[in-house]
Ligand binder design. Structure first.
Ligand code: C2E
Ligand code: MG
Ligand code: MG
Ligand code: MG
Length: 281
C-alpha cells in the first residue's frame, strides 16, 4: 500500500490484506467520520425497459465526497470498508437512505423500482434480513419495489445458507439480481437452484458488443439461457446506440449505461424522470 504526503491513511487498494493493524484503524476512523459528517451520497442510475421504453428502476450507487481529497470512487473505498468492518454501518445507512428516497420517488413515479448493491459481507451477517425488514417497515415502503444486487462471490461460498436467505427475501417480496454476471468462474448450475429474478451482464461483455461477433454470441447465449429459466436480463454499461440496437434485437429486457443516463443525484433524477415521461408518454 502507498502513502502520499498529506494522506494520513491509505486509499490505494492493491489487493486485500495489505493493511496492517494501524492502517486499518485509521481507515476505520476515516470512514466512520465520513458517515457521521454526511460525506456519503447515493446517486441513481436509470434502467430502461427496452420493450416499453419506460424507466423501470434505478440502481443506487454510493459516492464519497471527501472534503480534501474530493470524490473517492466506491470501487476504491468499498473494499476498504469491507476489510475494516465499517461496511456494516455504511450498508445500514445505504439501505435506509435508498428506501427513504424510493418512498419519496414513488409519490411522483409510482412504477419505479430501487436496485441496491449488497456487499457479500453484509449479506452473510445473521441479522441482515431482520435489519432490512425493520428498515422497510419503518419507512413503510413496498418490498416489491426493492431489488438486491449480489455478486456470484456473495452467494457461492455458502450456497446452502444463501438459498435459505434468498428464499426468505423472496417471501418478503424482494427481487434478487446477480451483478457482474459472467465475471465469476462458478458453475452455471446455481442459476436454477437459487431464486434469481435478474441477471446483470457485466459491462466487459457489452463493451466489445459492436466490435466482435464472439461477444455478441456470448451475450445472446446468456440472454437465451436466462429467458429459458424465467430470469430477466439487464445489460450493464451500454454506451452506444449500436450496442443498444444489438441488445434490442437479442431481446435483452433492460439496459443501463451512459447511453440512457449516467448516475444522477436525487434531484437530477427527478428532472430526468420528468423529462423522460414528457418525451415518451
Ligand atoms: P456495479 O454495481 O456493477 O455498478 C456499475 C458501475 O458501472 C458503476 O460504477 C456505474 O457508475 C458504472 N457505469 C454505469 N454505466 C456505465 C457506462 O455506460 N460506462 C461505464 N464505463 N461505466 C458505467 P461505480 O458507481 O463507480 O460503482 C462501482 C462498483 O462499486 C459497483 O459496481 C458496485 O460493485 C460498487 N458499489 C457502488 N455502490 C455501492 C453500494 O451502495 N454498496 C455496495 N456494497 N457496493 C457499491
Ligand atoms: Mg450493481
Ligand atoms: Mg455490475
Ligand atoms: Mg460492475
Amino acid at each position: 500500500a502507498k502513502k502520499n504526503g498529506r494522506n494520513q491513511y491509505v486509499l490505494y487498494h492493491d489487493g486485500m490484506q495489505h493493511h496492517n493493524g494501524k492502517q486499518l484503524f485509521q481507515l476505520e476512523t476515516a470512514l466512520r467520520k465520513a458517515l457521521e459528517r454526511g460525506e456519503f451520497e447515493l446517486y441513481y442510475q436509470p434502467q430502461l425497459d427496452v420493450k416499453t421504453k419506460q424507466i423501470r428502476a434505478v440502481e443506487a450507487l454510493i459516492r464519497w465526497n471527501h472534503p480534501e481529497k474530493g470524490f473517492i470512487s466506491p470501487g476504491m473505498f468499498i473494499p476498504l470498508a469491507e476489510e475494516s468492518g465499517l461496511i456494516t454501518p455504511i450498508s445500514d445507512w445505504i439501505m435506509m437512505q435508498a428506501c427513504e428516497h424510493l418512498k419519496q420517488l414513488q409519490l411522483r413515479f409510482p412504477y419505479i423500482k430501487m436496485s441496491i448493491n449488497i456487499s457479500p459481507i453484509y449479506f452473510q451477517q445473521i441479522d441482515f434480513i431482520e435489519k432490512l425488514q425493520k428498515t422497510i417497515e419503518s419507512v413503510n415502503v413496498n418490498p416489491r419495489s426493492i431489488e438486491l444486487e449480489l455478486t456470484e462471490s456473495a452467494v457461492m461460498p455458502h450456497a446452502e445458507k444463501s438459498v435459505e436467505r434468498l428464499t426468505m427475501l423472496k417471501t418478503m417480496g424482494i427481487s434478487i439480481a446477480i451483478d457482474d454476471f459472467g465475471t465469476g468462474f462458478s458453475s452455471l448450475s446455481y442459476l436454477h437452484r437459487f431464486p434469481i429474478d435478474i441477471l446483470k451482464i457485466d459491462r466487459s461483455f457489452i463493451k466489445q458488443l459492436s466490435r466482435y461477433r464472439e461477444e455478441s454470441a456470448i451475450v445472446n447465449a446468456i440472454i437465451m439461457m436466462a429467458h429459458s429459466l424465467q430470469i430477466r436480463v439487464v445489460a450493464e454499461g451500454v454506451e452506444t446506440k449500436k450496442q443498444y440496437q444489438i441488445l434490442e434485437k437479442q431481446s435483452c429486457d433492460f439496459v443501463q449505461g451512459y447511453y440512457v443516463s449516467k448516475p444522477l443525484s436525487i434531484s437530477e433524477l427527478y428532472e430526468f424522470l420528468d423529462m423522460w415521461n414528457h418525451l415518451y408518454d
